[in-house]
Design a protein around this ligand. Sequence first.
Ligand code: NIG
Ligand code: FE
Length: 410
Amino acid sequence: MRKILIKNIKGLVQAGEEIPMVLRGAEMADVPLISDAFLALEDGFVVAYGPMSELQGIDDWRDLELIDAEGKYVLPAFCDSHTHTVFARSREEEFVDRINGLTYEDIALKGGGILNSARRLAEMSEDELFDQAMQRIHQLMKYGTGAIEIKSGYGLSVEAEIKMLRVVKRLKENAPIVVKATFLGAHAFPREFKADHRGYIELIKNEMLPKIAEEGLADYIDVFCERNYFSVDEMEEILLEGKKYGLVPKVHVNQFSALGGVAKAVELGALSVDHLEEITDEDIEALKNSNCMPTILPSCSHFLGIPFGDARKMISAGLPVALASDFNPGSTPSGNLGFVWSLACVKMKLTPEEALNALTVNAAYAMGLSESHGKIALGRKTPILMTKQLPSLAYIPYAFGDMHIERIIV
Ligand code: NIG
Ligand code: FE
């Protein structure tokens, strides 16, 4: 048995037996913290924690790893509930095009963007995609990511979508952290279906979905609901078909325009609605009293220079909010959730505590991991982060761009 005792922890964060599955509105402001604490793990399971004064004598030192966390914080690892971590190549030439005045939409209309990534992915082998994605996951773990959702959507053909999802399946089996898979065949209309939306939707429904279900390749189904991409009606048709195979909706909506996709996704039982750079009062009404997690992706806003999601408005309305990276080669070439934490504070005016809850408790919910991730409680196998020596927890989002995580324990 692998036993770990972390002692002298400056602040043990989000450890408790009463932390709810979802934190809504004003509840997001509080993060429990035990000063001068210890945490004991056995084979990754939390077996004891509390103030150092309550630490019992240790009677069996065999196989015990003792960690002194003097001056350091210990917290649950972040959950990244929205990423596109499997991709073939970076797209910095589009970044330069945008610096020179083109918009993300201009680039997509020229055949760049998602279609650019799809052309490259078609040429790359499954093994190479797997190796690259695994390297990325290891890098993201250093930044504190302890669970990750990964979407397809750079395939856009039966063959390539299946290839992507097989890569995600191999990542699930081999990565040190939990991986969830989302089928995003409806990410963009491929060139040959530009004038034949019906044809592509039929391909998704009749060929992609049955194969994906047969091989058990996805947990969730996503659609990019946006002008020039998929309409609300098209999203509904695809999500309904996915639900027949047991895939839960988790969608891209309101990145550039509010088309009514939020209410429709909520109606269809979506676990989360993601992006929300644009939000209407109707969207907020639809989210009230629902089980759907609004998820905001501030690194995407930062990189594309588009508005930041109005998390304050959502929290004031009593809604929960989750944060995720959106790591992908086009709109967000960074999966660093420490940076997301900082952006959420600086640009969205979340307090450090609200943003942390959005990256842990609420993010775990947004990827179906509430039972295991996002908080430290007895009997749970939760990945744990230990920081470097820090003056305070708020120092993490404050001193942006620095690396504050010393170690992740998975
Ligand atoms: O979430 N907006 C849709 N999909 C991705 C970007 C994809 C890309 O540009 O490659 C996103 O931002
Ligand atoms: Fe995305």
